[in-house]
Design a protein around this ligand. Structure first.
Ligand SMILES: [Zn+2]
Length: 56
């Protein structure tokens, strides 16, 4: 059974909070900020929901 988790990340350009559904167990994802559309690479952090984001 495949599950999904929420990756929450903060845009480094505008500071908006973004959320993306990723596969359970995933540690990397890409997303674009919903507000300013800057692309970011996301990496799972020790905290389960908040992911690290860096510009891509
Ligand atoms: Zn942004």
């Amino acid at each position: 059974m495949s599950m999904a988790q929420t990756a929450e990340w903060i845009c480094t350009r505008c500071g908006s909070t973004n959320r993306r559904l990723v596969a359970d167990g995933a540690t990397r994802a890409d997303d674009a900020c919903v507000t300013c559309h800057a692309h970011h690479v996301l990496e799972a952090d020790a905290r389960p929901v908040r992911w690290r984001a860096r510009p891509a």
